[in-house]
Design a protein around this ligand. Structure first.
Ligand code: PMP
Length: 330
């Protein structure tokens, strides 16, 4: 019989799939690494187990302990799944702008969710950073993974995502493109691909216009999970050869095209990364192999990116591309 002992054993080994329709007119082979096929639905499953096991080994997390983290989404799911397997309690702190659906996903995995006001500065005692710090101090046996500073975040990509891409492309990958949030994916995967290829693979970050990685100050953008207004410890500045800024409009337009034209229902940071990969592809030749990482699936964004009303309220849709109303059809 062929089965896994636990769902966490199914993390990683995600497939590469060729992009066909979106790559018309460009020469390189463009391959998407489909991270929504991880059991928790995102690339963050990879970091969760490794951060927990390192904390167990160092004695920071002990049997019966509680994991406290400010997270609203993908990292929370990965941590909750891993915690469930190992018998830890999870308390996640998230700002009130996070949709109820996302909070309910975390609760469904057995986590407790503490909601904080969005409209307060980071130094405010009720900000979600401060509340999570306070809970981590007050709850006995609490441990805070802190994905923005935890070296196991990039390490997990050095030991899984990077080697997978190298093996799947039989060492023929020439460019790796990924969005940058904590910087764990680009730093760990990029460092591995550079080490194994002796510097030949080019590492390209995709960043929302206005975020610090592409020279901005943190100006607001709507694509989720990527971009920052500070430099996290998990981002290794020596890895990326280039950072390509991408507008919200381009990120969301490409995200919708991935669903319609490639059959890939994915999140907005995936459209952002693919938009950057396509820009890069224009400058590459027929022997190049570009791997672009797609961090999560699109179901968490049905009310936003895949909702014409939301898209047009921000001016992301040209008027002629909106769905016809029933009246127009009749
Ligand atoms: N996309 C999404 C949807 C994410 O949740 C994240 C993680 N914050 C990223 C991209 C970026 O990954 P990383 O944190 O490894 O830079």
């Amino acid at each position: 019989m062929d089965y896994a002992e636990h769902v966490m054993d199914l993390v990683g080994d995600t497939p590469l799939v060729r992009l066909n329709a979106l790559t018309q007119g460009v020469e390189p082979l463009v391959l998407a690494k489909v991270e929504y096929l991880n059991p928790g639905g995102s690339v963050k499953d990879r970091i969760a187990l490794r951060m927990i096991e390192a904390a167990e080994a160092s004695g920071q997390l002990r049997p019966g302990g509680t994991i406290v983290e400010p997270t609203s989404g993908n990292t929370g799911v990965g941590l909750a799944m891993a915690a469930q397997r190992k018998g830890y309690r999870c308390v996640f702190v998230c700002p009130d702008k996070v949709s109820e659906d996302k909070r309910n996903v975390l609760k469904a995995y057995g986590a407790e969710v503490v909601v904080c006001p969005t409209a307060v500065p980071p130094e405010h005692p009720e900000s979600y950073y401060n509340v999570s710090d306070r809970l981590a101090r007050e709850i006995e046996g609490a441990w805070k993974p802190n994905q923005y500073a935890n070296p196991q975040n990039p390490e997990s990509h050095y030991h899984s995502t990077g080697p997978e891409i190298w093996q799947q492309t039989e060492g023929r990958v020439t460019h790796f493109v990924t969005g940058v949030g904590t910087g764990g994916t680009i730093s760990g995967t990029g460092r591995y691909l550079k080490d194994v290829s002796e510097g030949r693979v080019r590492i390209v970050g995709a960043d929302p216009e206005g975020s610090v990685y592409s020279g901005g100050s943190g100006r607001p953008y709507l694509v989720e999970g990527v971009g920052e207004d500070f430099w996290p410890d998990t981002y290794d500045r020596s890895v990326a050869d280039e950072i390509i800024p991408v507008s919200d409009t381009d990120s969301f337009t490409v995200t919708r095209r991935l669903a319609r034209e490639e059959g890939l229902l994915v999140g907005g940071s995936c459209g952002m990364a693919v938009a950057a990969a396509l820009e890069l592809a224009k400058r590459c030749g027929p022997d190049d192999v570009i791997v672009v990482l797609l961090p999560d699936g699109g179901r968490g964004y049905l009310g936003k990116i895949f909702n014409d009303g939301w898209m047009s309220s921000y001016g992301f849709l040209p008027p002629e591309s909106q769905d016809a109303t029933v009246g127009e059809v009749l």
